[in-house]
Design a protein around this ligand. Structure first.
Ligand code: GTQ
Length: 326
């Protein structure tokens, strides 16, 4: 039986009288639900985002070109954004998640600001990068993971004696804008004056730990096969809207699908993923996405590591997280 003909689903044929009626409705900013009910109430999630893989070898030359064309100061954030062809309007890499690749030369810095959107960064390469989060200065090395939780002041840069640094930014910008809940403020100083950040009686809805160094995360990953970046006070996700993890891949993972989107970066080694029937061959620094309710699995012949971040905490907070193994 065709879905359109299932009892309880709209199945109305146009007549000249109905068409005239629809024009009358339209003139008054009204609509007839039966014409679009099937679209706005799908049987299961119908993401506009498509599975997509960005090969680092394709985006790297363009990322490296940006500093030749625009200063970090003028750009404010000199970032090449990875935009899903199905979610251009929201500047999303997939679903409710934004991602971009930021590049900074030695001696460059960005000005301090804060916003309602939460940010996280996974350092791809370089020496001497730092970020200042609510006054706390953090030194960033390759494959370190750092948070800029919602509402925290942040600026960043690369020390004069460092090398060109590149990292992946992940933000929940499309979620904030879908909820019409985004705010943005510029700090009174161009860059913050570093100062210790008191941690007693931590009441914030995000992790008091902002920096997760690669070596200790990787050591735990080796034994656990999966490493979830956690808020040590709650054991839950690092921020209220986004979670992040490392996965050790060797052999094939079982196919799964779930609500919520995932943005991956290959952190070490190489392998493949099947996402919604597409096969992606990935190697270090490649970035790919899994849209909501899209079946996927990963594989690697030799040990490989995938970094990823997701919007599962937002889904769970709203009671919308669902997964299936079929
Ligand atoms: O560093 O705060 O890639 O505000 C996009 C928006 C980075 C940031 C991005 C941002 C930032």
């Amino acid at each position: 039986m065709k879905r359109e003909n299932v009892v309880g689903r709209a199945n109305v044929e146009d007549t000249p009288a109905l068409e005239a009626y629809y024009r009358e409705l339209e003139k008054r900013e009204l609509g007839a639900l039966w014409n679009f009910a099937n679209e706005i109430e799908p049987w299961f999630p119908q993401p506009k985002s498509v599975p997509i893989l960005w090969k680092w070898r394709d985006i790297e030359p363009l990322v490296r070109k940006a500093p030749e064309l625009v200063s970090a100061e003028k750009a404010a954030r000199r970032v090449v954004v990875l935009v899903n062809p199905g979610r251009k309007e929201w500047s999303a890499a997939a679903g409710l998640l934004y991602t971009g690749v930021q590049i900074m030369n030695p001696g460059e810095f960005t000005s301090a600001h804060r916003h309602q959107a939460s940010a996280l960064r996974f350092i791809m390469e370089g020496k001497g990068a730092y970020t200042v989060v609510d006054g706390e200065r953090l030194s960033l090395g390759a494959r370190d993971f750092v948070l800029t939780p919602n509402g925290t002041w942040h600026d960043h840069g690369v020390e004069a004696g460092g090398t060109q640094c590149i990292w992946q930014d992940g933000l929940d910008i499309p979620l904030m804008n879908s909820l019409d809940a985004n705010f943005y403020e510029v700090h009174p100083q161009v860059v913050q004056t570093p100062a210790p950040l008191p941690r007693e009686n931590w009441k914030k809805p995000y992790s008091p730990v902002f920096l997760y160094k690669w070596d200790s995360c990787f050591a735990e990953l080796r034994t656990e096969k999966i490493f979830e970046y956690k808020n040590p006070l709650t054991g839950g996700s690092v921020m209220p809207t986004m979670g992040a993890r490392l996965e050790l891949i060797k052999g094939n993972t079982r196919p799964i699908r779930h609500t919520g989107s995932v943005i991956y970066q290959a952190a070490a080694g190489h392998g493949w993923s099947e996402v919604g029937g597409q096969r992606f061959e990935w190697e270090e620094k490649d970035i790919f996405v899994v849209p909501s309710w899209t079946r996927y699995r990963h594989g690697a012949a030799a040990e490989a590591v995938l970094f990823s971040f997701n919007d599962f905490p937002a889904m769970q907070a709203l009671g919308l997280y669902r997964e299936a193994e079929d």
